[in-house]
Design a protein around this ligand. Structure first.
Ligand code: SRM
Ligand code: SF4
Length: 558
């Protein structure tokens, strides 16, 4: 067999699945608490991941017992939009049929954890009833399309939101499998396969990620996306077209130098009429030329790295049937998180709330989940999830603001002003105990690390600095640590590789500073660097820029 026709196991599962049906429906009715491998792979396309409680895994295995299986269910919310009814449905589901918490994701989606197989059908039905969906939230397919979350009525924001929705719609799979498995009691379709006009029978070689930005506002981390789209306006606020970036991606594998994080390239510019065709062309080139044998080499970034951006550019033009125009020069990017109160532009306000690592929960006197439910029930306000795991409550009237502030205060939820900068610009992926790929803690470890860093910065009079700090429990990069000013990437039990040199605007990759640093050594390693930053920085220099200017060798000797 030649490499060209060798296919990975997942490719064979997809090809044999009758457009993502496989045997999920039958197995759902069976007593087992888990699914076999083929279905585990297909369930991802339905937004569902099989997991087991890693806190208990060892003791269960040692005592010869069955693992404690449950499922993570992820919703797809283009631009992070979550209508009030959807949010309330998720809130109730979390208590009734999941782990009691909700988790806002780094791609503006929402996750339930701890759903038992027995309850999957009811959970998905409830989500669909509230007009939410999990279809395409995971799997080898286009994922949630991101957009700057601020609900500003200003044209660039409105266009970015609409564009994200249009792209999401274009790339939603056509298969009836989702309806058939989760909604219909009887088989409603023949096993005749539907025609997937863009994806074809085997969908994409790997996950595919798209974000739409607003010029100058890099809240979506555009350079980490497979495809980035930036609407361009003329001085009369007329939409003239879209810049496109391609080939960003972050996942790596430890000790496999053939894998690496990659910042996207500028591909070119297309007119509004050509945008969707251009998106289709980019996706189709990856569909036809992406690696379908080695899943660690299957993302678009590797195709572009191997073939070169010029080759990719020509292929996209060939699929589009016309030339791409040159990239339109942009103003510099900045990072926006929209925390606190802001006018929307239509006489109403929105409130950005900091959510520690995206986890919406009640714990002792801190009752964030209850507070959000009360506010959404009372004011029927829609939510927007942000790419840094926060929540915006939208369309609030001026005279409702005080009452909302009071509800939050009663439930122990801090306003943006009460959150330290170390907390505000940080994020962590879930890792243990739910993520099957975690090599160490992340969500449960970062708060302690942030406390230590925050205290050190305060001692040095640096607590006003906005430094992005991102942690993941393995090198897959779910909290985009390779763009942070400080990145912690799990590299062994209780150990992290520390990355430095990124920037808050997220326009460059950072680099490894130290490897396998034990959790308790993090502050001793970083403390002297903060001190050097205090003493040697140039006026207005950010921490990331300082680290970049000094370079790794010099920082190792401070
Ligand atoms: Fe991720 C796999 C969580 C954003 C790169 N990611 C996983 C899984 C599903 C583990 C698994 O495959 O078994 C994690 C589930 C953990 C759990 O218990 O919930 C997981 N990823 C997440 C979320 C929830 C992290 C978060 O803190 O919010 C994010 C969900 C976003 C969403 O709503 O769709 C999430 N994942 C990302 C991002 C960031 C982004 O997309 O902006 C990345 C890096 C960007 C990229 O894709 O290059 C990312 N996740 C990965 C990878 C590595 C992919 C690669 O190219 O190598 C994996 C593993 C894989 O696909 O094999 C992965
Ligand atoms: Fe899991 Fe690794 Fe993603 Fe964290 S970065 S959620 S540990 S796959």
């Amino acid at each position: 067999m030649t490499d060209q026709i060798k296919r990975s196991k997942v490719e064979i599962i997809k090809a044999d699945s009758h457009n993502l049906r496989g045997a999920i429906k039958q197995q759902l009715a069976e007593e087992a608490t888990f699914f076999p491998e083929e279905s585990v792979q297909l369930l991802k396309f339905h937004g569902i991941y099989q997991q087991d409680d890693r806190d208990d895994r060892k003791s269960l295995k040692d005592s010869g017992q069955m693992l404690d299986y449950s499922f993570m269910v992820r919703t797809r919310n283009p631009g992070g939009y979550a209508p009030a009814a959807f949010y309330l449905a998720m809130d109730h589901l979390a208590d009734r049929l999941a782990s009691g918490t909700l988790r806002v994701t780094t791609r503006q989606g929402l996750q339930l954890h701890g759903v038992h197989k027995l309850h999957l059908k009811e959970v998905i039905a409830e989500i669909n009833k509230s007009l939410g969906t999990t279809l395409g939230a995971c799997g080898d397919i286009n994922r949630n399309v991101m957009a700057p979350p601020a609900p500003f009525t200003a044209k660039p924001y409105a266009v970015a939101r609409q564009t994200a929705e249009q792209i999401a719609e274009l790339l939603t799979p056509h298969t009836g499998a989702y309806f058939e498995v989760w909604q219909a009691d009887e088989k409603v379709f023949s096993s005749q396969e539907e025609f997937e006009p863009i994806y074809g029978k085997t969908y994409l070689p790997r996950k595919f990620k798209i974000a739409v930005a607003v010029e100058g506002d890099n809240s979506v981390d555009i350079y980490t996306q497979d495809l980035g789209v930036v609407p361009i306006f003329n001085i009369h606020e007329k939409l003239t077209g879209f810049n496109l970036t391609v080939g960003g991606g972050l996942g790596t594998t430890h000790a496999n130098p053939a894998t690496f994080p990659r910042k996207a390239d500028h591909l070119g510019f297309v007119t509004p009429e050509d945008l969707l065709a251009a998106v289709k062309a980019v996706v189709s080139v990856q569909r036809d030329f992406g690696d379908r044998y080695n899943r660690r080499h299957a993302r678009l970034k590797y195709l572009i790295h191997d073939q070169g951006i010029d080759w990719f550019h020509s292929k996209v033009e060939e699929y589009l049937g016309k030339p791409l125009q040159p990239w339109f020069p942009l103003k510099p990017w900045v990072f926006e998180d929209y925390l606190g109160w802001h006018p929307q532009g239509d006489g109403r306000y929105f409130l950005g709330l900091w959510i520690e690592n995206g986890r919406i929960k009640d714990e002792g006197t801190f009752r964030l989940k209850t507070a959000l439910r009360e506010i959404v029930e009372r004011f029927q306000c829609d939510l927007l999830f942000t790419p840094t795991q926060n929540v915006l409550l939208t369309s609030i009237l001026a005279d409702q603001r005080q009452e909302i502030d009071a509800i939050l205060a009663t439930h122990g939820v801090r306003t943006a002003e009460a959150v330290s900068n170390a907390e505000r610009y940080s994020m962590a992926c879930p890792a243990w105990p739910t993520c099957g790929l975690a090599v160490t803690e992340s969500e449960r470890a970062l708060p302690g690390v942030i406390d230590e860093i925050g205290a050190k910065l305060a001692d040095l009079g640096l607590s006003g600095e906005a430094i992005s700090i991102r942690m993941t429990g393995c090198p897959n990069g779910c909290a985009r640590p390779y763009m942070g000013e400080i990145g912690f990437v799990g590299s062994g039990t209780n150990a992290y590789n520390i990355y430095l040199g990124g920037n808050l605007a997220s326009t460059r990759l950072n680099w490894v500073f130290r490897e396998k640093v034990k959790r308790e050594e993090i502050l001793p390693v970083l403390g002297p660097i903060f001190e050097a930053f205090k003493q040697e920085r140039s006026p207005e220099e950010s921490f990331g820029d300082f680290c970049l200017r000094k370079g790794r060798e010099a920082l190792l000797t401070v």
